[in-house]
Design a protein around this ligand. Structure first.
Ligand code: MG
Length: 459
């Protein structure tokens, strides 16, 4: 498994992230740019979300790239999936300055490969090696790279998403879009408008202080969206995270649709259209597996992280296996006919098309999905990586799934225990058709963790 074996020092599952002025600085961005430029010769596209530190970080990154001889195409503010779409097949690579859903004080860098996917673990390790050993191939004066501003390249993405659907798909559908002052301000209202939707907006002025709500589109910050959906009698509301690769929905009654339910809703419709595999991490609700099986499709589980989902989709397709879609239970969905990354505007457009095609309100589509109770819990432990093997031994007779951490599957329930990569804690997810069964399973796993930890602590 790509996720578990390779040891990255700086980059996490979603690139480098840190607090600006502390662990995330233009100096680090410059060194990342110089490391990338030493590995990839040619033109590199650079984009950023709306964070206040974006211009400073992007300038550092571009300086490093140019110093190593790369030409830089500066796309300015745009969503991560828009940059990925633009990079694919045309640039030697890309780099996105974003901290996604993190609070305003954070920023980060995500590296995009020439095929438009996030750079794989093996390449990231090579990049980190260069960075930590300062092995940069600096260009002489007459081969230093040039910088080309290209704020209009985003137009290709604005045209590409509506082109996936018949003209006028959104006619008669009113949507409230809340990009949360993030990069989606530039794209989703325009894309849905081009599809024929009537679009109302909220938090749609780019602003790196995120004055309306936090970049994470969690229900707590979406109250104004819920109210605007009902006040305008819209068919739905939707909100993005800071770089608009994820989308969450509110139905026409003003109710938040939990993200696993959103995934199941889209997966059910797509599995009815064509047969094949749904790819998703082991942390995803069983709801998605249920709807896939009901429609004659299968599921393939990966480690947690959208890059693992995207890469598995590409591997399966390369082997001739039809893949219907992929995604995570956090509003990040991947459409293989479009591109191999989470795409927020594509998810918005897809749900509009589903409502248009079904003639049913979004609430009815969401309510007819199987019901599950999912509980997430964190527990502090001294050495999280030591606990999981102990738990695996304890549950060995139940043959746990070891794709990522330990997943225990029992009839209509499952539990996942994973060690955090950055903090001394274990992340526990349990799910069952019945609430009390889910609670009992959580209690059992917590007890097992404590028992394993106390045994590990004995001399
Ligand atoms: Mg994101």
């Amino acid at each position: 498994m790509a996720g578990a074996g390779v040891k990255k020092r700086l980059f996490g599952t979603n690139g480098v992230r840190g607090i600006v002025g502390e662990d995330m600085t233009p100096g680090l961005a410059l060194r990342i740019g110089a490391a990338l430029g030493s590995m990839r010769k040619g033109k590199i596209a650079v984009g950023r979300d709306t964070r206040t530190s974006g211009p400073a970080m992007a300038s550092g990154l571009m300086a490093g790239l140019m110093a190593t001889g790369c030409d830089v195409v500066d796309t300015g503010v745009l969503p991560t999936p828009a940059l990925q779409y633009i990079v694919r097949g045309r640039f030697a690579g890309g780099a996105m300055v974003t901290a996604s859903h993190n609070p305003p004080e954070y920023n980060g860098i995500k590296i995009i490969d020439t095929d438009g996917t996030e750079m794989g673990d093996e390449e990231v390790v090579l990049l980190e090696d260069r960075l930590f050993s300062n092995r940069f191939e600096l260009a002489p004066w007459d081969r230093v790279g040039r910088q080309f501003p290209a704020p209009d390249l985003v137009e290709e993405y604005l045209a590409a998403v509506p082109a996936r659907f018949p003209a006028g798909t959104g006619n008669g559908i009113t949507v409230v879009v809340d990009p949360g002052s993030g990069a989606g301000c530039r794209t989703t209202p325009e894309i849905l408008g081009r599809m024929g939707c009537r679009v109302h907006t909220l938090n749609a002025v780019p602003d790196g202080t995120f004055p309306g709500r936090a970049p994470e589109p969690s229900p707590g910050g979406l109250e104004p969206l819920l109210q605007m959906v009902t006040a305008t009698r819209a068919a739905m509301g939707l909100a993005h995270d800071g770089d608009a690769d994820r989308t969450v929905f509110v139905d026409e009654k003003g109710r938040f649709i939990e993200e696993n339910r959103e995934f199941a809703l889209v997966a059910r419709a797509m599995c009815r259209e064509r047969k094949g595999v749904i790819v998703m991490p082991v942390s995803t609700s069983r709801m998605v597996e249920d709807v896939a099986h009901d429609a004659g499709c299968t599921v393939d589980y990966t480690a947690v992280g959208s890059i693992y989902v995207a890469r598995r989709m590409m591997e399966l397709i390369a082997k001739g296996t039809p893949v219907v879609m992929g995604g995570e239970g956090n509003g990040g969905l991947v459409y293989p006919g479009h591109q191999f990354c989470r795409d927020g505007a594509m998810t918005a457009a897809t749900v509009v098309s589903l409502v248009a095609a079904s003639g049913e309100p979004l609430s009815a589509m969401a309510d007819s999905l199987p019901k599950y109770h999912l509980i997430k819990e964190k527990i502090r432990v001294s050495d999280p990586r030591a606990i999981v093997p102990g738990l695996v031994r304890r549950y060995t007779s139940e043959k746990p799934d070891l794709t990522d951490g330990m997943r225990l599957n029992r009839d209509e329930s499952w539990a996942l225990v994973r060690a955090s990569g950055t903090e001394p804690l274990l992340r526990i997810t349990v799910e069952s058709r019945k609430k009390d069964v889910a609670q009992d399973l959580l209690a059992e796993i917590m007890d097992a963790v404590k028992g394993t930890e106390s045994r590990a602590g004995m001399p």
